[in-house]
Design a protein around this ligand. Sequence first.
Ligand code: 5GP
Length: 176
Amino acid sequence: MREDQIKVMIDQETLENKIAELGAIISRDYEGKEIVLICILKGGAMFMMQLAKSITVPVTMDFMVLSSYGNELISSGEVKIKKDLDDSIEGKHVLIVEDIVDTGRTLSFLSTYLVKKGAASVQICTMLDKPARRVVPVDVKYSGFEIADEFVLGYGLDYAQKYRNLPYIAYVEQEE
Ligand code: 5GP
């Protein structure tokens, strides 16, 4: 891939306005409660930090690493925990913060896992959703943007581990 094939799909302002809106809705929905934000590393990191800034109810944060694409563009279909939660979530309201829902395998696995760990509630907030790619159904409560079945990068999302620092969502323009 050449640098000039990277094109803006969702610009920073549009993205961050939407994230602020999500934060406001979440703050209203969880009024009087505390939330444990669970970030799925590494892709969810930039989104979660931006989202957390516009949440006004008390939050704590925890981080998990799950197996994902590796350096390839296709999913292996298997989910493994590489780094588990640091703290107990028993009786807590958990909000999973994810970069993108694709096949749904990761979040389906994780939601079940967190319910088993005794969370009082488990909801999902994703920055992007590719509904056309869904293999396993997942109940996504908060979603930033629905996008077509296209590989995207930036704002936490990588291409072979790079470009996570782009402040916008990009796609790769295919060569003729
Ligand atoms: P799922 O389990 O829903 O198939 O996969 C979700 C994970 O796949 C995401 O957290 C992300 O790491 C990866 N993924 C899915 N689509 C894309 C994409 O278009 N770009 C990048 N960089 N990662 C993706």
